[in-house]
Write a protein that binds this ligand. Structure first.
Ligand code: G4P
Length: 543
């Protein structure tokens, strides 16, 4: 933060009521992300069990889009019904209010995940000990790094054979660009897994497969040379641990909460989510070090959580799966002030006031109507089509929160209305699905044809299915030979006009009327960039 911003933040803090200070200080809003199958769902579930938010394992699991569903959109449809409930999972733990924001694991829905990352204050990344850093982990952490989001790493599945701990740390540093500091360290692995040494609390936690670890499983060892260690894990493993801890202390920087909060140092934990092992250490440390709700950058200014007036933004829209009720839920992350039910709030893009009689909060995987909510919380607002992703709500001030990314899609099809009698339904359905951020629509400048661009091919099936079932409209897709769509801008208006003239047939407008260049091939893109040096080609855009 700049100095003036810090001063402003302090001023807002000084004026905030004790209740507001307390509510903000105790909130922890975060997401768990991973490459599919690393154990994100399992870890989420164990955290909810600790928080008493669910009683049995399996409750979150049922929300998962399984690998087998790659083209089975019926399955997705079924999941969508359940996933409203797990979009936000709030629970109380040690006096803190924890909000876990769910992200879809399937790579074709990666955009949803990126948008959810704008609504959290920190992230836990789960890595499979055998697989190490995988493709999706890389992409997700890149987004976190760009946004300086604090990251904690949980290395999972230590009950199986996997990579050496130090090799993994190297891999994380090199491939994810994170500076790391282990806060726990495994003793053995796979068959020989005996537990973890908690470097943060300096105690030994012994491993019992499939059991809930209890207080007796925790042995306090202030000095690793203590013979107790050998008695618990055997001399060979004890000696290895002593050597490895020595290396850790020499090689890795000491843990600094400040560096973590700046996104510059990532604590690493080891465990086995399915065995509920290492999870309590993770959660206890998380509630202590993870950031409370943070300020957010709007185009106009920085907005601080302790400001008296409510502000928030929509980061996700969820359509109702019941076609008879077309209303949707818009998920709003509260940035500042107190949100209250039945109060008029200003919808900045539409320039009018809206009131919400049934705002929903998500506690313990149940939906409940809430009377008030605080920064860091997410409320679900029933919406009949007023919201788009990225919309801002305030008490009257014109603010536009920044940072909601849309990515240049890479898979394209022409889309046409297949039933002339249902043109209106087709247009409306398509419009609403685009508002939800399911895909991006481009309208060609030369002939007005519509092109849908997606990040994952599964979205085409989703659009087709939903148009048919929710709107009674049919689509016809046609292949289109495109490599990439990117947004184009230029400071030099003459250069832009020249570009538009020469590339007319390759240009389109997005939903917001912004100019988009459609490149047929990497070569065409390269040529366009070389021939028009004054034009900026953007591969991500902020709404
Ligand atoms: P994801 O959300 O990141 O995609 O992963 P998920 O939690 O679904 O876990 C993927 C698989 O890894 C699951 O097995 C899960 O049981 C397993 N798993 C999670 N944590 C651990 C762990 O600590 N140790 C071991 N050995 N396995 C773990 P699955 O066979 O795909 O599903 P299921 O049939 O067990 O439900």
């Amino acid at each position: 933060m700049e100095k003036t911003e810090t001063l402003q933040a302090d001023a807002h803090y000084a004026k905030a009521s004790p209740q507001m200070k307390n509510e903000i200080a105790r909130r922890r809003t975060f997401a768990i992300v991973s490459h599919p199958d690393a154990g994100k769902t399992t870890l989420t579930e164990k955290l909810l069990l600790f928080g008493g938010a669910i009683q049995v394992a399996g409750a979150v699991k049922s929300n998962k889009i399984k690998k087998t569903a790659t083209s089975d959109f019926m399955e997705i449809e079924k999941q969508r019904g359940i996933s409203v409930a797990t979009s936000v999972m709030g629970f109380e733990y040690q006096g803190r209010k924890i909000n876990i924001l769910d992200t879809p694991g399937h790579k074709d829905f990666a955009e949803d995940t990126y948008r959810t990352l704008t609504a959290v204050d920190s992230v836990i990344v789960v890595i499979d000990v055998a697989k190490g850093v995988e493709e999706q982990t890389r992409r997700l952490v890149e987004v976190c790094r760009m946004r300086k989001t604090p990251v904690i790493v949980f290395i999972n599945k230590l009950d199986r054979e996997g990579k050496d701990g130090f090799d993994l740390l190297d891999e994380i540093e090199q491939e994810l660009g994170l500076r790391v500091r282990p806060l726990s360290w495994p003793i053995g692995m796979g068959q020989r897994f005996r537990g973890v040494y908690n470097l943060y609390e300096q105690n030994l936690v012994l491993f019992r497969p499939h059991g809930k670890q209890t207080e007796e499983d925790t042995v306090r060892i202030d000095d690793l040379s203590d013979g107790q260690l050998d008695a618990h894990v055997g001399t060979s493993l004890a000696d290895t641990l002593r050597e490895e801890v020595e290396i850790i202390e020499e090689v890795y920087p000491a843990f600094s909460r400040e560096a973590y909060l700046e996104g510059e140092l990532s604590p690493v934990f080891f465990g086995s989510a399915i065995n509920n092992f290492g999870v309590r250490e993770l959660l206890d440390c998380f509630v202590e070090i993870a950031p409370a709700p943070q300020p957010r950058q709007a185009e106009e200014r920085v907005v601080h959580p302790h400001e008296p007036k409510f502000t928030g933004f929509v980061f996700k829209i969820h359509a109702n799966i019941d076609p008879r009720h077309r209303d949707r839920i818009a998920f709003v992350r509260i940035v500042s002030g107190k949100f209250a039910r039945n109060t008029n709030y200003y919808h900045v893009r539409q320039g009018r006031n809206l009131k919400f009689s049934n705002p929903t909060s998500f506690m313990a995987a149940r939906k409940e109507v809430v009377d008030e909510a605080w920064p860091g919380d997410v409320v679900g607002l029933y919406d009949s089509g007023n919201f788009k992703i990225g919309d801002t709500l305030t008490e009257g001030e014109v603010l536009h929160f920044k940072g909601m990314p849309s990515f240049s899609p890479e898979i394209f099809r022409f889309v046409d209305n297949a039933d002339p009698m249902k043109y209106k339904q087709f247009e409306k359905g398509l419009d609403q699905l685009m508002d939800e951020g399911v895909a991006q629509l481009f309208i060609k400048e030369d002939n007005g044809r519509k092109i849908i661009g997606v990040v994952g091919a599964l979205q085409f099936d989703v659009i087709q299915y939903r148009l048919e079932h929710e709107y009674g409209a049919r689509v016809r897709y046609e292949p289109v030979n495109l490599h990439k769509a990117c947004w184009v801008t230029a400071e030099d208006e003459a250069a832009l006009a020249e570009f538009v003239k020469r590339r007319h047939k390759d240009l389109a407008r997005d939903k917001h009327g912004r100019l988009v260049y459609l490149a047929e091939s990497p070569w065409m893109l390269k040529m366009a960039q070389e021939n028009h040096p004054d034009i900026h080609f953007h591969f991500t855009s902020e709404l």
